[in-house]
Design a protein around this ligand. Structure first.
Ligand code: ADP
Ligand code: MG
Length: 361
């Protein structure tokens, strides 16, 4: 097991990258603590697989270094890095039995038979493959094959890190939830560093203690699920996480206050005018938008959708769509209303980035 430090990484798939857009990873510098459960979250194409393949050594970064416990492994071959990687689509030996597939990574490293057997049965039990250990992998469904793939990733106990690249893509929805909780359980048991890549916020937030959010080849925020929810460092994070995501609304700063659609909005912090900022916006999550008859921003309710414990209320205010979440049983106005934003939860963003009085954040 190891601490992993990705030091000043950049990567381009082009021989002669020119503009920003030519870099699949623009600049990444981050550390993964030994034994942590991490998620790498971001939309398709933001560079997640590129980053994983750099850690495992399948790709050599154009610039920067990969350190395991301080030791530079940038030029160490993939099979020498002691990493398990599970890909989006199953990698199994079709002609082998399920048992032999799971045993392969251990036998390959000369692990004693008794130990192999115990470990294979333990992993099979966890993934509910015990009944089919003697079946050929070829006969299994896509789900079944991916479970073998995951099993092969989990079977070794001596790896530096186990990485999963969108492993549940081909898995049936009802199984997804189950496997996700199993992985979490397993992590708590074995404490091997795990990095779980996904574009699905629910998967990331349920699995990880710490989530790294990426956008267009850059890390925009690293935080616990609570931090990402409560204090998005960038409007992208606010919008990408949450359902619906944070409302991001244009604002003006004048007379010492922030104004949206002509109404003054009280901010949690960051009221000082940001230096030379271009685009100014306020961010407030739908959870912290309330209806009022007397105060706030004039708005019109256009749609109400039931989401179980909450109703999602879509409103329009000054041509902007603003969502509010109303708890079960709360009164929802029809037509014209006013919106107030919880002042402790309303933040200012300049060119997408959080403006804070507390410069440490
Ligand atoms: P993600 O896994 O987040 O979907 P990727 O790391 O696969 O993102 O891709 C990041 C960027 O690099 C994308 O623009 C993608 O088109 C590009 N890319 C990925 N793999 C290659 C490749 N082998 N050759 C050229 N470009 C690639
Ligand atoms: Mg990918």
């Amino acid at each position: 097991m190891a601490n992993i430090h990705l030091k000043d990484l950049r990567h381009s798939y082009m021989a002669e990258p020119k503009g920003d857009a030519d870099w699949a990873l623009k600049r990444v510098d981050l550390q993964w603590r030994d034994g942590g459960a991490y998620a790498l979250l971001g939309p398709s194409g933001c560079g997640k697989s590129t980053l994983l393949n750099i850690i495992s050594g399948l790709i050599r970064p154009s610039e920067g270094q990969i350190l395991f416990d301080g030791e530079d492994v940038t030029d160490v071959a993939p099979d020498q890095r002691e990493i398990a990687q599970v890909f989006q689509f199953p990698v199994v030996y079709d002609t082998m039995t399920v048992y032999d597939n799971l045993a392969f990574p251990l036998r390959n490293r000369g692990v004693a038979n008794a130990k192999v057997d115990a470990r294979v049965r333990e992993i099979a039990e966890m993934l509910e493959l015990s009944d089919m250990l003697q079946a050929r992998a070829a006969g299994l469904s896509a789900d079944g094959k991916q479970k073998i793939s995951m099993g092969r990733g989990l079977v070794r106990e001596d790896v530096n890190v186990i990485m999963f690249d969108e492993p549940l893509t081909v898995i049936d929805p009802h199984l997804k939830w189950k496997l996700r909780s199993k992985l979490k359980e397993l992590h708590q048991k074995v404490k091997v560093t795990m990095i779980y890549v996904t574009h699905d916020q629910t998967e990331a937030l349920t699995f990880a203690d710490e989530v790294v959010v990426m956008q267009e080849g850059e890390v925009v925020q690293i935080g616990t699920p609570v931090e990402l929810f409560e204090r998005p460092a960038h409007t992208f994070v606010g919008h990408f996480i949450g359902s619906p995501g944070m409302n991001v609304l244009p604002c003006e700063l004048r007379d010492g206050g922030a104004f949206f659609a002509g109404s003054q909005v009280t901010l949690a912090d960051g009221t000082g005018r940001p230096n030379g900022a271009g685009r100014l916006e306020i961010g407030v999550r739908p959870e912290f938008v309330r209806f009022s008859q007397t105060d706030g921003v004039p708005a019109t309710v256009v749609r109400v959708a039931d989401a179980g414990r909450y109703r999602v209320v879509e409103t329009r205010a000054a041509d902007m769509r603003v969502y509010a979440l109303a708890p079960e049983g709360a009164d929802i106005p029809e037509g014209e209303t006013r919106l107030t934003f919880d002042p402790t939860r309303t933040r200012l963003y300049a060119d997408g980035w959080l403006v804070s009085d507390n410069q440490e954040v």
